[in-house]
Design a protein around this ligand. Structure first.
Ligand SMILES: Nc1ncnc2c1ncn2[C@@H]1O[C@H](COP(=O)(O)OP(=O)(O)OP(=O)(O)O)[C@@H](O)[C@H]1O
Ligand SMILES: [Mg+2]
Length: 307
């Protein structure tokens, strides 16, 4: 491992992939073998994980849940267009610097002395990236929606994640105390650089299969019955097979399940499905397609009704 020898790698030392999977289940994250396997490897190899996949499939939640499972502190860098070094890495505390300069006005200090004073640690505001590599406690770093930043910021991120050090011109090189477990998420709005991909383990989280979605619903909506959860998972799966603008995400499945519970529904029929389709789908044309399917296709409900 190219970067592992110089710094302490913050490892959680899972014994097996199954242990990761079971542990995530305990913090109410239902992972399949693929997801648990990548988390296991990332921890073992000290490599960042690049997580891609459709919206609402649990990419962000995975990092949060791994932090919860390991008891590590979650440090999150939410990416957006225009995110720059000052918000990602560090920035000088200008207000405090000005105050210091004013306070020292009547003292006979040379400018060099003042300058040295105000460009020191105590005037540095650390932002998530620097915070994460300098932490001495266990940390999970979540760089969320990295595809939203410009290529230059991506390059900066890559630099930090490869060298685990940051150069602050006025201070010199700030070295990492640890290599945190890093999750980068992307909704694939643009291609990320090959260099960044090379640095990471890759995880694609697709919509869950019926079985896993049913388990997610059961975990997250405790009031629901097994048979209703099963029906929900099956109907959502069939809706996803329609040619839609935007397929329902896991969060929408959960919202739908909660709604059905609130409405006191014990079994979904075409009427209930039609009345609540707006929880699952957010485009008018998608809702219309689903309604057509619901009314034409009683089998959807027959098939989804529990054995
Ligand atoms: N495997 C899972 N186990 C438990 N809950 C899940 C799982 N997958 C998704 N969820 C739930 O679905 C919701 C959406 O997840 P999350 O916000 O992580 O999605 P995302 O992939 O980051 O979406 P986006 O691309 O929109 O940011 C959360 O409430 C989360 O708890
Ligand atoms: Mg997300």
């Amino acid at each position: 491992m190219e970067s592992g020898n110089k710094f302490e790698t913050n490892k959680f030392e899972f014994e097996t992939v199954d242990e990761v999977r079971a542990g995530l289940g305990e913090v109410r994250y239902l992972a399949d073998e693929g997801i648990a396997g990548v988390v296991y490897l990332a921890d073992r190899l000290g490599k960042p994980v690049l997580v891609e996949g459709p919206a609402g499939t649990g990419k962000t939640q995975l990092a949060k849940s791994v932090a919860e499972l390991t008891g590590a502190r979650l440090i999150r860098l939410q990416c957006y267009e225009g995110l720059d070094e000052a918000k990602a890495l560090y920035e000088w505390n200008y207000k405090k610097q000005l105050l210091r300069i004013q306070a020292e006005r009547h003292e006979s200090r040379s400018w060099e002395e003042t300058e040295e004073g105000i460009f020191s640690e105590s005037f540095l505001l650390t932002r998530p990236l620097l915070e994460a590599i300098r932490a001495s406690d266990p940390v999970v770093l979540l760089v969320d929606e990295i595809d939203r930043v410009e290529v230059e910021t991506e390059a900066l991120l890559l630099e930090v994640l490869s060298d685990y050090q940051v150069s602050v011109p006025e201070l010199g090189t700030v070295e990492a105390n640890q290599i945190p477990l890093v999750f980068l998420t992307s909704n694939n709005t643009r291609d990320l650089s090959e260099a960044l991909k090379r640095r990471c383990l890759y995880l694609y989280i697709d919509y869950p299969d019926i079985e896993r979605e049913r388990e997610i619903v059961l975990k997250k909506v405790p009031e629901i019955t097994e048979s209703l959860a099963d029906q929900v998972a099956r109907i959502v799966r069939s809706v996803r097979q329609l040619d839609l603008k935007k397929s329902p995400s896991v969060s929408e499945t959960l919202d739908w399940a909660r709604t059905l519970v609130l409405l006191g529904v014990s079994s979904i029929d075409a009427e209930v499905a039609s009345e609540t389709a707006n929880i699952l789908l957010k485009h008018r044309s998608d809702i219309e397609k689903a309604l057509k399917e619901f009314s034409a296709n009683g089998e959807t409900f027959e098939a989804s009704r529990v054995r």
